[in-house]
Write a protein that binds this ligand. Structure first.
Ligand code: PEP
Ligand code: MN
Length: 339
């Protein structure tokens, strides 16, 4: 249920409503709108009739059921798109498209600083880089772990770029959150509900990737796990799904942009690198993602892709990334956005 407060409702009236929601055994989530607040009452839907009684309380305009199984992620709770603050000068979800770029994994100080300087020079807004890597093979490079986080922090200090990095389990989530500006939940962990709950308790924005076999609805249900714990800063990421096609690493589902847009207020990011697995295909799909209305992109860039510890074949060289940024700016302009 959502409780829509009257435009002029005061703190006292809101507090009474919050108290009543808790008494009825529900968890309230306040969402501040531009003209009025709405309160999501999340819990067992069987108590709908009791919640309906809140309609007669002072300051309440209406009580509306949320029809979708995802509640806080639903557009029903907030008609406008969410604008999520990442750092002092950077938000995602508005008319500025946020570009995150960098290597798949942090490999060395030289590699990450060179990458950060190159993507910054090309106009990227954020640095990406994995310190804890969820690899398909236990024999593959698993990441530099905390040393990798330190190096990312050093690259941030030098370039001023905030960074996003993956968190792979609840045990190391606090550690990653101490360093990172945004936490990435990878495709392989996007239905790891213990991890989703854990990052929901942290106060850092979360980039939630779509699992390889996940429907749009399942992605929104995963987002709901994070939102329901009280973390409102969730950004969704389409990174390709597993289909019968083998010409690309995954099938990048760009129709997820309008499909998600019709269902949720959360920002939508596209990952054309994992989506295609081939650096030749990253440019065209990035341009298409901008044209289709993505709020952001996350692109793998490596100064020496031939020798990368992970995902070299899908990584752009810095010069190619700079060229792509220029093209993306032109497409962005055509859809009334900036990069
Ligand atoms: C990554 O971003 O390097 C990564 C492992 O992504 P995904 O979880 O989408 O495979
Ligand atoms: Mn990667």
């Amino acid at each position: 249920m959502i409780i829509v407060m009257k435009a002029g409702a005061g703190k006292k009236e809101k507090d009474e409503v919050l108290k009543r929601i808790r008494e009825l055994g529900y968890t309230p989530h306040v969402i501040h709108g531009t003209t009025r607040d709405v309160i999501g009452a999340i819990g067992d839907e069987r108590g709908k009739l009791v919640l309906q009684s809140i309609e007669s309380m002072n300051g309440v305009e209406s009580v509306v059921p949320i029809l979708q199984p995802y509640k806080l992620a639903s557009k029903e709770v907030m008609k406008d798109s969410s604008i999520i603050r990442i750092s002092e000068n950077l938000s995602i979800g508005g008319s500025k498209i946020v570009v995150m770029a960098g290597p798949c994994s942090v490999e060395s100080e030289k590699q990450i600083i060179e990458s950060a300087e190159a993507v910054k020079a090309a106009g990227a807004d954020m640095l990406r880089g994995g310190a804890f890597k969820p690899r398909t093979s236990p024999y593959s490079f698993q990441g530099l772990e905390e040393d990798g986080l330190r190096l990312l922090a050093k690259a941030r200090e030098i370039t001023g770029l905030p960074f996003v990095t993956e968190v792979i389990n609840p045990e190391t989530a606090d550690l990653v959150a101490e360093y990172a500006d945004m936490l990435q939940i990878g495709a392989r962990n996007s239905q790891n509900f213990a991890l989703l709950k854990k990052v929901g308790q942290l106060r850092k924005p979360v980039l939630l990737k779509r699992g390889m076999a996940m429907t749009i609805q399942e992605l929104l249900m995963s987002a709901e796990y994070i939102l329901a714990e009280g973390n409102q800063s969730v950004i969704l990421c389409e990174r390709g799904i597993r289909t019968f096609e083998t010409a690309t690493r995954n099938t990048l589902d760009l129709s997820a942009i309008p499909a998600l847009r019709s269902k949720t207020h959360l920002p939508i990011v596209i990952d054309p690198s994992h989506g295609t697995g081939n650096h030749h295909y990253v440019g065209p799909m990035s341009l298409a993602a901008v044209a289709a209305g993505a709020d952001g992109l996350i692109i793998e860039v490596h100064p020496d892709p031939e020798h990368a510890s992970s995902d070299g074949p899908q990584s752009l060289k810095p010069a190619k990334f700079a060229e792509l940024m220029n093209k993306m700016r032109r497409v962005a302009e055509a859809v009334d956005k900036t990069i």
